[in-house]
Design a protein around this ligand. Structure first.
Ligand SMILES: N[C@@H](CCC(=O)N[C@@H](CS)C(=O)NCC(=O)O)C(=O)O
Length: 257
């Protein structure tokens, strides 16, 4: 099967789907759109403006990382991305949903806030981009891209401050899932791929990378995605916004975030 994956370079749900295709051994080509401008071709191709989208050999088009992973499990059952049945399946699907609906948007808000305040870091996120954009042109596009992304993702100071406050509890939740085996098993499941991609993108920000590395959640992200373009130097966020980090691992407790 030859599939076509439509992405924006560096997007965390795109990385999730790319890794799933690799795990399944599905032959695919990747079409990369410019960030922010991608909403136009994606809407035309998929009737939904977001990446990732996957076009199958028979012409079928699927939009959304979770829907794509479900379809991949139907098409290529082995290795499975979600356990076949029972409580284990429910747990993985719940963790995956959290990674998509809660973690994904938080990561975008935090990252675009940081890039708005450190625009020179944007180039580092495009290091392995295949777009034929001369490096000299890229800085000229930065203000427009950041402006659109801030609006698309409803990025505000108040919201990002709250997001950073929520992060320790979110890491606790991931560590709990690692402890009970929902995440971090011998094979990589759909929730591993979804959550690790979000955490890994957060770890491109040096203010967050240190504290995350100390945590099982951070180790998961690095194990699944050892390489990731992008680096926002320390000091992007006001110090008082980072209070609560670094976050030491808890020994036990219920999931809360
Ligand atoms: N949660 C969905 C949507 C992904 C999503 O929002 N992707 C971002 C890039 S990381 C996007 O295309 N944003 C454009 C927009 O919101 O219009 C998924 O996992 O596929």
């Amino acid at each position: 099967m030859l599939a076509t994956l439509y992405v924006v370079h560096g997007s965390h749900p795109c990385a999730t789907v790319k890794r799933a295709l690799e795990l399944k051994g599905v032959e695919h080509r990747v079409v990369e759109w410019p960030p922010a401008a991608h909403v136009v071709p994606q809407t035309l191709l998929f009737r939904r403006r977001t990446v990732p989208g996957l076009k199958l050999e028979d012409g079928d088009r699927i939009s959304g990382s979770r829907a794509i992973l479900r379809r991949l499990d139907e098409l290529v059952p082995d290795p499975p991305l979600v356990p076949a049945d029972g409580i284990a399946r429910e747990r993985v699907l719940e963790a995956e949903r959290w990674g998509d609906e809660w973690l994904q948007p938080l990561v975008r808000r935090v990252l675009w806030w940081a890039l708005d305040h450190r625009p020179t870091a944007i180039g580092s996120f495009q290091e392995h981009s295949t777009l034929p954009l001369p490096p000299a042109i890229r800085p000229l596009l930065t203000p427009a891209i950041v402006g659109v992304e801030r609006r698309l993702n409803h990025v505000t100071d108040k919201g990002v401050r709250a997001d950073l406050r929520d992060l320790p509890l979110a890491l606790d939740k991931v560590d709990d899932w690692l402890r009970d085996g929902t995440l971090g098993g011998p094979g990589q499941n759909a929730a591993d791929l979804q959550i690790a991609a979000g955490l890994r993108l957060l770890m491109t920000m040096e203010d967050l990378d240190g504290p995350f590395r100390e945590r099982p959640a951070g180790e998961l992200a690095l194990r699944i995605f050892p390489e990731w373009d992008g680096h926002v130097p320390a000091g992007a966020f006001p110090e008082e916004w980072l209070r609560g980090l670094p976050v030491a691992p808890r020994s036990s407790g219920a999931t809360r975030a």
